[in-house]
Design a protein around this ligand. Sequence first.
Ligand code: LIP
Length: 280
Amino acid sequence: MTDIWQSAMDHAVAVARKAGQVVRDAVGGVQKEAVMVKSSSIDLVTETDQKVEKLIIESIKEKFPTHCFIGEESVAAGEVCLLSDSPTWIIDPIDGTTNFVHTFPYVAVSIGFSVNKQVEFGVVYSCLRDEMYTARRGKGAFCDGRPLQVSQQQDIRQALVATEFGSNRDPPAVDKMFSSLKRVLSIPVHGVRGAGSAAINLCLVASGCVEAYYEIGIHVWDIAAGLLIVSEAGGVLMDVKGGPLDLMSRRILAANNRSVAERLAKEIDDFSVRRDDDAS
Ligand code: LIP
């Protein structure tokens, strides 16, 4: 049967690579005045984020003019963030913007593609490390063409866990983040890591480098591509408290297997965040 989305995925890889070159050319040269803020003084955005998202969307629209888009910087500029059944490209032009500003080498172009609210393919280009992660639903996950497989570790006490603290500094939320961190460390796990990019953390789960990643506060554009890369590498995805993953909830728990995921979910002290599709 013809895979009708293969050409779309091939285009996503090509445009992610082109966008990644723009990011590489800009990294290290971000002038202080070119760094702007969004929801808080630590929620950064740069002219490169905006330029790269425009490049990606314009390139895709040329080939797929009837498709829909959810882009981080388009939403920041006021576009609605609603996931419909229509073919939709879910784009984070620079996942790890703070890393980009600081030249911390984990920065990704993330492009997910959904139909009927189901991700059909995901592309995460870790552009400072020149690593292209891809997954097509039902056809496996790859890094530069090499198949990916999650860790086979069943014992969470032998696990590395990734998480992030995001850009939320409200004291009650910070208290919950540190309460979760303390409970996870006390399991005990081997260690806690964070790449500073949700998309790259998900690719690290898919690659077997860490056994799990959780975060409250991410957005649909941070995770749409990476979540498929995890599931196609044999991993599991759920809400941070163990229920089904809700793409628009801004909560994610990804792991190499269900026993590690469910054990981790018990230790996470969750807090509420406004949904991506909450337009109120
Ligand atoms: C980032 C996420 C990360 C989160 C950061 C930020 P951005 O995305 O990938 O997981 O902790 O606060 O949201 O903003 O760099 O595209």
